[in-house]
Design a protein around this ligand. Structure first.
Ligand SMILES: *[C@@H]1O[C@H](CO)[C@@H](O)[C@H](O)[C@H]1NC(C)=O
Ligand SMILES: [Zn+2]
Length: 245
C-alpha cells in the first residue's frame, strides 16, 4: 500500500505513527510473553506453538536484518537493484527450511520478486494466496530518531523504514512457515505466497508478472490476503465504524 501514505495529510500521518507503535509493540509483546506452552491443533495433530528463546531471538533478528537492506524504490524507473538481489539472498539464508522443503517450489519472478507454491495434500481444496512486498519508499535520516535503515531496537520498538510497510508481512509469513515446517506441518490446502519487489512503483515487474504466471497455470484462488495496516477509525470518508485495512 502506497501512494496515499506519502501525502503528508495530518490525520493519516498521525494514525500511521500510532499504527507503527501498536504493531511493533504487539510483535514484541507476543515475542516476549509467549511463555506458557500452547498448542495449535491442525489436521495432523497438535503442533508446538511455543517459541523457544532462540526462535524468539531469530524472529526479531530476521526483521531487523531485513530492515537493514535498503530495498528502496526511488522513482518509477529507479530502484536499488543491488539491495533487491541482496534481499533474495537474505531470505534464503534466514529461512532455510522454506527454501529446502520438498513441499515448496520457489521461483524468482520479474528479476527480483518471489513466488512460492506450497503443495497441500488435498488437491480438491482451492488454494489461497498470501501477498506482501519488500521494496520501500525512500527515507533520509532527517526526522528519524535513528537511521532509517538501522533496524535498531529501542525500548521494545524496532525502528526503520519497512517495519510496517511491508517487510513485517514478508518476514512474518516466512517466519511462520519456517516454524511450521520445523514442527512437521504439512498443509491440506495448497497456497501461494507472492512477494513483490516494486509495489511502491506500480508492481509492473513483480505483481503483474506473478499474476501472468498464475494465469498461465490456470490457477484459481479461493481468497487472497494482501498487506493490511492499522485499524482506522473516523479516517476513511463515509465510514462510521473502525475499518481494518
Ligand atoms: C543499495 O543497496 C546496497 C546494499 O545492497 C547499499 O550498499 C547501497 O548503499 C545502496 N545504494 C543506495 C543508493 O542507496
Ligand atoms: Zn506497502
Amino acid at each position: 500500500m502506497t501512494a496515499h501514505w506519502r501525502n503528508p495529510v495530518g490525520t493519516l500521518l498521525g494514525v500511521f505513527v500510532v499504527g507503527v507503535a501498536v504493531l511493533v509493540a504487539l510483535l514484541l509483546i507476543r515475542t516476549y510473553t509467549l511463555a506458557e506452552t500452547k498448542r495449535v491443533w491442525l489436521d495432523k495433530g497438535a503442533l508446538e506453538a511455543e517459541l523457544t528463546q532462540e526462535e524468539r531471538e531469530q524472529l526479531l533478528e530476521a526483521l531487523k536484518g531485513a530492515i537493514r537492506i535498503p530495498t528502496v524504490s526511488f522513482s518509477e524507473t529507479e530502484q536499488n537493484n543491488t539491495a533487491l538481489a541482496e534481499f533474495g539472498q537474505y531470505i534464503r539464508k534466514a529461512f532455510p527450511l522454506v527454501f529446502s522443503s520438498s513441499l515448496i517450489q520457489h521461483e524468482v519472478v520479474g528479476g527480483y520478486s518471489h513466488l512460492f507454491t506450497v503443495r497441500g495434500s488435498d488437491s480438491n481444496l482451492q488454494p489461497y494466496m498470501l501477498l506482501a512486498h519488500f521494496d520501500v519508499v525512500p527515507a533520509t535520516p532527517e526526522g528519524w530518531e535513528v537511521p532509517p535503515f538501522s533496524g535498531e531496537e529501542h525500548n521494545g520498538y524496532i525502528y526503520g523504514r519497512g517495519t510496517i510497510d511491508d517487510k513485517n508481512c514478508v518476514i512474518g509469513i516466512l517466519q511462520a512457515l519456517e516454524l511450521l515446517l520445523k514442527r512437521g506441518y504439512k498443509p491440506r490446502r495448497s497456497f501461494y505466497i507472492g512477494f513483490g519487489h516494486d509495489e511502491e512503483i506500480s508492481g509492473n515487474y513483480g505483481a503483474v508478472k506473478i499474476v501472468e504466471k498464475l494465469q498461465s497455470r490456470e490457477v484459481k484462488l479461493s481468497f487472497l490476503l494482501d498487506e493490511g495496516l492499522a485499524v482506522l477509525d473516523g479516517v476513511i470518508p463515509g465510514t462510521k465504524r473502525p475499518i481494518a485495512l
